[in-house]
Design a protein around this ligand. Structure first.
Ligand code: PBG
Ligand code: ZN
Length: 327
């Protein structure tokens, strides 16, 4: 009989397992999404996302940022809830809009903290779509590009490090790159939500920012969940338009797509562990049906193994703390 092949030899002790471990997860690879609102002293729990809050741009935001920095989290991505919504989302590019103010506050307190912003219209428009509408209620791709350029410049002027367009408009990366360069922000990076699917997993987020479309859905601009080849096409286009990083979203149900993009591009690949993925884990953990810590770390590691260099996740603070305890 042939000798038995024995992979178990390398699993005998913690030291051996650590030595041959192929993938690692560290706090610097995690980006925490934050929801900022007008008002003062606000730290309002978001019902569908336990552990996440609407934060006002004052000590509430400071305290959260302090915790994230102390835990070694890699950065934050900001989502703003404006004072008022209108058809074109005016507050989105206002120098004293909610996101611009949050960037200023964060950078004054923690200059080294990496700040991403979400560059899209849906949190700011009264109809909840990701762009400007035509008279017939269709999202007007090219009219939206102009707005996105203006928004990116406003965020960059406020101090954002990375602009992350998430609206799945064709040509959005090139339009934002041109606008940033023309405004003197050639040094700011673009992380494109290049491969973003029309997903039911965004449900809790839309409740958090009240951005559910007032009519219709987002299927005419976000991708069909059935498509993998199209992910390659979207990634190629955004790379050619000048994206510095590519993102796949959602993450957990799309690990194959993360791998596809990783194998195709030499750009850093990020993935977004979205609100619905978070809510499922929190709900099961609250029932005592899952070990939250173990499940979260296993899930984030799986995203790294699939090929993501970094992960946007609502678990960022908890995960960073657990990783430090384990180190
Ligand atoms: C805005 C945007 C969305 C998310 C991030 N940016 C919502 C959407 O496209 O409907 C979802 C994030 C999450 O679910 O955690 N375009
Ligand atoms: Zn949007």
């Amino acid at each position: 009989m042939d000798p038995i092949d024995r992979p178990r030899r390398l699993r005998r002790s913690p030291a051996l397992r650590a030595l041959v471990r192929e993938t690692r997860l560290v706090p610097a690879q995690l980006i925490a999404p934050l929801f900022v609102v007008h008002g003062s002293g606000v730290r309002r729990a978001i019902a569908s996302m336990p552990g996440q809050y609407h934060l006002s741009v004052d000590e509430s935001l400071d305290r959260t940022a302090d915790d994230l920095v102390a835990a070694g989290v890699g950065g934050v991505i900001l989502f703003g809830i404006p004072a008022a919504k209108d058809p074109i989302g005016t507050e989105n590019w206002s120098p004293d809009g909610i996101v611009a103010r949050a960037i200023g506050r964060l950078k004054a307190r923690h200059p080294a903290l990496l700040v991403f912003t979400d560059v899209c219209c849906c949190e700011y428009t009264d109809h909840g779509h990701c762009g400007i509408l035509t008279a017939d209620g269709v999202v007007d791709n090219d009219a939206t590009l102009e707005v996105l350029g203006q928004v990116a410049v406003a965020h960059a002027a406020a101090g954002a490090d990375v602009l992350a367009p998430s609206g799945m408009m064709d040509g959005m990366v090139a339009a934002i790159r041109d606008a940033l360069d023309a405004a003197g922000f050639a040094d700011r990076a673009i992380c494109s939500y290049a491969v973003k699917y029309a997903s039911a997993y965004y449900g809790p987020f839309r409740e958090a920012v009240e951005s559910a479309p007032a009519f219709g859905d987002r299927r005419s601009y976000q991708m069909d969940a059935a498509n993998r080849r199209e992910a390659r096409r979207e990634a190629d286009l955004d790379e050619a338009e000048g994206a510095d990083m590519l993102m796949v979203k959602p993450a957990l149900a799309y690990l194959d797509v993360i791998r596809e993009v990783r194998d195709r591009s030499d750009l850093p690949v990020l993935c977004y562990n979205v609100s619905g993925e978070y809510a499922m884990v929190k709900a099961a953990a609250a029932q005592g049906w899952l070990d939250e810590r173990a499940v979260v770390l296993e899930t984030l590691l799986a995203m790294r193994r699939a090929g993501a260099d970094a992960i946007l996740t609502y678990h960022a603070l908890d995960a960073a703390r657990w990783l430090r305890e384990d180190a």
